[in-house]
Design a protein around this ligand. Structure first.
Ligand code: SF4
Length: 350
């Protein structure tokens, strides 16, 4: 597992989570006997770490493997291979990929997930008391009066009135439902939260409220986030560092300020040029990506991005670039990451 925790970085906080050479391949089966004829490489050799108290944004187009990475970390799906090292307050430093069923249950006190769709993720037949109290009951954390008090506390924390606890989800708006989702995820007081596109199903006017609430809760509860999203402006608003994914691989990773001011991967530059800006004047340079996203079941040779890259040279078609530190704490997977002078973006506030 490559040492990604750069010596040159100033932050002293220890990584809470370290993912090394993580792979998730889905088999493709064909024919009467359902023989395996290939694999979809949804996550292919991903390395990342998240320090205690920070937010790492994981961004990329739909289908690039970012949600699958989050689900592997939670063991909601089984990774094909790789390490997922986590400093659990009860179990100590564990490799989540190697835990048995009972240990996974224990570790899920401390690693939780916030889902994308607040309409589909809440059971319409359960009251808020049942929804928010479910993980507390299942984990044996609280029962009876104590459980009600904890649910009331969680509802208050996410900005809902405790008197609502006997109501059903249909009585709430999209933003309020996502608040219920937050209360459900955070009820066991976790350490680490995978936020899977938590605002992409919400109106723009509500997105900033939920993002600010996530920031406040992070401070109050000492949370660490892996924030999965396809929208760079949302990621910029909340993340300390950002990892950019393309076809199952991380192609760039840097602090948010550094990534936005001087991207080093052509794919990141193209994503940034697509961020809408509230300025009617035409921008200097807009990069329209041509061609299809590479097929993870049959990716191109060399650099996966070469059929769409305007900077591609002959070497890009035959040799896969390494993921290397191009500047302190700034990693890039491009043969020319140190040389290219790419255009960044202004950080857009929501
Ligand atoms: Fe483009 Fe080549 Fe860099 Fe890939 S390695 S991003 S094709 S310049």
């Amino acid at each position: 597992m490559p040492d990604l925790v750069s010596q040159s970085e100033t932050s002293s906080a220890e990584p809470l989570l370290e993912v090394g050479e993580l792979r998730k391949y889905f088999p493709i089966r064909r024919g009467f006997f359902k023989r395996i004829v290939g694999h979809v490489k949804a996550v292919d050799n991903v390395d990342l770490y998240v320090r205690e108290g920070e937010t790492l944004g994981l961004v990329g187009e739909s289908g690039c493997g970012k949600t699958t990475t989050g689900r592997c970390i939670l063991r909601a799906i089984e990774p094909t291979s790789g390490q997922i090292l986590f400093r659990d307050p009860t179990l100590g430093r564990v490799d989540i990929s190697q835990l048995d069923k009972e240990q996974v249950r224990l570790v899920r006190h401390n690693i939780r997930m916030i889902f994308q769709d607040p309409y589909a993720s809440l059971n319409p037949r359960m009251t808020l008391l049942d929804i928010v109290g479910a993980p507390l009951r299942a984990m044996g954390i609280a029962h009876g009066k104590e459980l009600e008090e904890r649910v009331a506390e969680m509802l208050q924390l996410v900005g809902l009135r405790p008197e609502y606890m006997r109501r059903y989800p249909h009585a709430f708006s999209g933003g309020q439902r996502q608040r219920i989702g937050l209360a459900h995820a955070l009820a066991p007081y976790p350490k680490f939260v995978v936020c899977d596109e938590p605002v992409s199903a919400l109106d723009v006017s509500v997105q900033a409220q939920i993002l600010n609430l996530l920031k406040d809760l992070q401070e109050q509860m000492g949370l660490t986030y892996l924030f999965v999203a396809h929208d760079l402006s949302v990621v910029a608003h909340i993340s300390d560092r950002v990892a950019v994914m393309y076809v199952g691989k991380i192609v760039e990773l840097a602090s948010t300020a550094e990534l936005f001011s001087s991207p080093k991967h052509p794919y990141t530059e193209a994503l940034m040029s697509a961020i809408p800006i509230p300025d009617p004047r035409p921008r200097e340079k807009r990069i329209l990506l041509t061609g299809e996203v590479a097929n993870p079941a049959n990716p191109p040779s060399g650099c996966y991005f070469h059929p769409r890259c305007t900077y591609a040279k002959d070497i890009c078609k035959v040799e896969e670039p390494q993921f290397e530190e191009a500047a302190p704490g700034h990693y890039v997977k491009c043969h020319f990451g140190r040389e290219l002078d790419l255009t960044g973006a202004v950080r857009v506030s929501l």
